[in-house]
Ligand binder design. Structure first.
Ligand SMILES: CC(C)[C@H](C(=O)O)[C@@H](O)C(=O)O
Ligand code: SF4
Length: 468
């Protein structure tokens, strides 16, 4: 029987087969990524058990959630955040784990720096104490978010017991129209299948609409896979993947590279692989999407209107819609284009890569951010920032009146640093989560793509570049 890409990768990493009385499969982990949140407990327990880190050479840390963005010499104000960062530094030093500290050239959001540093290859098993680790599935890796106790297990043994997930194919037919991107595609998918639509499954994104996407766009797609409840998202490695990887540091060359590529190709899902679930989406029919509510499934086309609770099928979804409308202070029937915002945030592991900044700059060039609106742009990594400056995007942002920050990190995505919305403030945000208080207590978030974010910054109302 045929196997999927994820199943082949899984099988290649089983060090002890699970089963009756033995528990789950025990998987070998090729890479563990760490950030400062959720890891101090794991190190404490490791120390208490008298254990050490089995493979510090397969472990890499960065600082991202708490890092300031205003200047590189700024200290973390929040006490808990500062403590987490200090523990990250002392734990990594004690166990010999390489760490990209704030201010270092390789620092940034964990999911953004991993490919940049050449750490990610197809067919790898990758874990990180963070739900958006799914991002790295864009490379055909099996990339999973794990919890603190699992982090400890991987630190100690470089293995992880896991239940075999089910498989789900998302077939994307046609290609995305001009001005519509991976963010819109994934919001449309989640709006359709719901925040639990992928639960227990590994999603593989396939079809013309996916193979046409750049690596950055595939990362956006896989990033939000977890918002559909899925364990992981994957895209089969192809010429786009190989071209991207060939430019990453530390990749093999010559005959060794050819051997690797041949192996990567062999991972592609077999034609007769059975799927537990299949969903088809027509990319050509999509338009820009925005969220109106407090979960990513509460999203509609920007051309649409805020729905009424009565439009939802179940008592739960109706109640959720009612509550979301109240929290978001929106009235059913309002055109999304009439919704005004006071903040635009371009950043996060969903949309803070160079392509995202280029898309925003393309819209902002020769235009101005609306009076009284704050547009904040936080690069996903120090490297993205350097490249943006090399390309002159910093000047475009400055001339438009946008606030392009010096430090890279999660910033206003999760509001764990100083960057947050005030109660009642409303943002168009290129992030992935919009639950109550996500961007600060009482904050209201509309999830959008980078080009919608930039157009919205110009008009002050939810807009697409076509509206300018
Ligand atoms: C802090 C971290 C554990 C968390 C996650 O797992 O996703 C964060 O990155 C988020 O996006 O909410
Ligand atoms: S950018 Fe946001 S979603 Fe991504 S890891 Fe940071 S907090 Fe989580």
């Amino acid at each position: 029987m045929g196997r999927t890409l994820a199943q082949k990768t899984w099988d290649a990493h089983v060090v002890r087969r699970g089963g009756e009385g033995v528990g789950d499969d025990l998987l070998y982990i090729d890479l563990q990524l760490l950030h400062e949140v959720n890891t101090p407990q794991a190190f404490d327990r490791l120390r208490a058990a008298g254990r050490t880190v089995r493979r510090p050479d397969l472990t890499v840390g960065t600082e991202d959630h708490n890092t300031p963005t205003l200047a590189l010499d700024r200290v973390i104000k929040d006490r808990e955040g500062r403590r987490q960062a200090e523990l990250m530094r002392s734990n990594c030093a004690e166990f010999g784990i390489p760490l990209h500290r704030f201010g270092d050239p390789g620092q940034g959001i964990v999911h953004v720096i991993a490919p940049e540093l050449g750490l990610v290859r197809p067919g790898m098993t990758i874990v990180c104490c963070d739900s958006h680790t799914t991002t790295l599935g864009a490379f055909g890796a099996l990339a999973l978010g794990i919890g603190a106790s699992q982090v400890e297990h991987v630190l100690a043994t470089q293995t992880l017991p896991m239940r075999r997930p089910r498989s789900m194919a998302v077939d994307v037919t046609g290609t995305l129209p001009e001005g519509v991107g991976a963010k819109d595609l994934v919001l449309a998918l989640i709006a359709r299948i719901g925040t639990a639509g992928g639960q227990g499954h590994i999603i593989e994104y396939r079809g013309e609409g996916v193979t046409a996407l750049s690596m950055e766009a595939r990362m956006t797609l896989c990033n939000m896979t977890v918002e559909a409840g899925s364990r992981a998202g994957t895209v089969a490695p192809d010429e786009t993947t190989f071209a991207y990887l060939s430019r990453c540091p530390g990749m093999p060359e010559g005959a060794e590279w050819e051997r690797e590529v041949a192996y990567w190709r062999s991972l592609a899902t077999d034609a007769d692989a059975p799927w537990d679930r299949r969903v088809t989406l027509d990319a050509a029919a999509l338009s820009p999407y925005v969220s109106w509510g407090t979960n990513p499934a509460q999203s509609v086309p920007l051309d649409g209107r805020v729905p009424a609770p009565a439009e939802f099928a179940t008592p739960e979804t109706r109640a959720a819609a009612e509550r979301a409308l109240e929290y978001m202070d929106l009235k059913p029937g309002t055109a999304l284009r009439e919704v005004t915002v006071d903040t635009v945030f371009l950043g996060s592991c969903t949309n803070s890569r160079i392509e995202d900044l280029r898309a925003a700059a393309g819209v902002l060039r020769g235009r101005k951010v609306a009076d009284g609106l704050h547009m904040m742009i936080v690069p996903g990594s120090a490297r993205v920032r350097r490249q943006a400056v090399e390309e002159g995007l910093d000047r475009v942002f400055a001339e438009a009146g946008a606030d392009f920050r010096a430090g890279a990190g999660c910033s206003m995505c999760a509001a764990l640093n100083e960057d947050r919305l005030l109660p009642g403030q409303r943002a168009a945000s290129t992030t992935n989560r919009n639950f109550e208080g996500r961007q600060g207590k009482g904050s209201r978030t509309h999830i959008v793509s980078p080009s919608v974010a930039a157009a919205t910054a110009v008009t002050g109302r939810l807009s697409s570049p076509a509206d300018l």
